[in-house]
Design a protein around this ligand. Sequence first.
Ligand code: PEP
Ligand code: MG
Length: 595
Amino acid sequence: MTVLEKNSPPQDTFLIGIGASPGIAIGEAYLLNRARTAAFERAIADEEVTAEIERFREAVRTSRYQLEEVKRRVADRQLAEHLYIIDTHLLILEDEMLIGETSAAIEQERINAEGALKRVLSRFRQVFDSIEDEYLRERRSDIDSVGDRILRNLLGEVQQPMTEIDRQAIVIAHDLSPADTMQIDKERVIGFLTDVGGRTSHTAILGRSLGIPAVVGLETISSLVPAGTPLIIDGTTGTIVLNPSPATFKEYLRRKQAYEYQEKELLGFRDLAAETVDGWRLALRGNVEVAEEISLVLAHGGEGVGLFRTEFMFMNRPAPPSETEQYQVYREIAEKMAPHPVTIRTLDVGGDKFVPEINLADEANPAMGLRGIRFSLKEVRLLKTQLRAILRASVHGQVRIMLPLISGVAEVRACRDYLAQAEQELREAGIAFSAQVKIGVMIETPAAALIADLLAREVDFFSIGTNDLIQYCLAVDRGNEHVAYLYEPLHPAILRALRQTCQAAKQAGIEVSMCGEMAGEPLYTLILVGLGLDELSMNAQSIPRVKRVLRQARREEGEALVAELLRMETAQAINRYLEEEMARRFPALFGTLTI
Ligand code: PEP
Ligand code: MG
């Protein structure tokens, strides 16, 4: 790398990436060479084939040994529970598609192992890139990470280990594999920055778990910053400052102290009741993607799981998880959370692409295609397996079933029929389950909000998925940066949809929850109280922040605020009014710019 020849960036160079793990770190850049391995394809002779396949298999064995070593050395207790990521990588190393197809390519195409592996990896990437769900799309990085490891071992490249970092620093790398992140020593690595990645990449999840500020998706940071450059990272806003001036340095030091003070204070909310001044109690629960996140939810005072996104379990594997495997995961979560409820959402995928044994055609418009419950109602075998697994877990805690992307009553009734069939099958097999498992629907399509009164008669609870509800109501792709300015949670249409949904739930006497990102934004807490939501489910770190607002709020204040906002005509006016009101009512929380 030509690090030392690079010019130092000008003073106060601000860069924006994706805030992956909140908090502020101030320190020096430590460049970790994680550039993608350059490997070239070349033709081989017939007599080289056997040796080439063996060379490939040897590289796979070495990779396995290295990952086993990482597992053995994981020191941090918080990280120990993320070892499943290394297990996932070990599983990929055993994946017949990857290993078998590479060996086959060596043999059939008569090319070297590096070339064959790269061809197979590129096919995998295409499949992953076409997945619409950000979380699932990012699981591609697991394949990349394993592929890169095998390539390096084929080339005999030795990678600078994370454990070599000998001083306090902010690590900058093109990418950090989960294996790298697991080796982070918090005494030395005070933050990290990467060119690639998103908020839901494993590396980001691990950063949050470790409590180290991180910004990802910075595109070129690893080739822009010379080693030793002083810098500031603000993982909450995704901001980086290179070569900070004394004034900027002082300002961020102040923000860092304020942030750390606030964090300590927030932890004090863990065991306090989530209720308003006038005694209105709300359940604050966690959104989780993997069972290992449960401890984070508990550590932040979450009273249950309001959304378990089960689609993660179906990733990175040649076939969907069996009923028993799913049952074990659901059971573990239910037991760890008991006596609090765990809402398990049935598979919410945007297509079949990562369930390789089913091969459906590509869709021109996947967001409006065979996703969520539509997919499950087509792939009934998968749905019933999942329902049986959830039912079996119901004797180990309080589990609830939630159906994604419902747009009509008929879908709910069809699911209820399959649930009845699943119950009957378990009964016949003499397997225990609870007869009281509640079933609810996500309200995340405009249709569901408009017929909330009809849906309310069919189910035990609603959970409003604002991420999709906003996307579909406002016709704004939630992942498209060109229309991001139109993605307005406080658009009058959204406020009306929320109010109508809550009213329908109240009239029918069922619970109404919210599990979209809006639920975890403290600025909206008073509105959500005013709308009468019974439960808010969010990422674990937001729980104490929302609780803090909640404990200073009054329900009638919230109701008056909602009534006022519903009279306004534009999202901009609503936003402005809300910001001013929140700053006036809670000056200590919203009085200054958020840090
Ligand atoms: C939502 O749409 O708000 C939601 C919670 O579901 P997801 O983000 O998984 O689509
Ligand atoms: Mg959704």
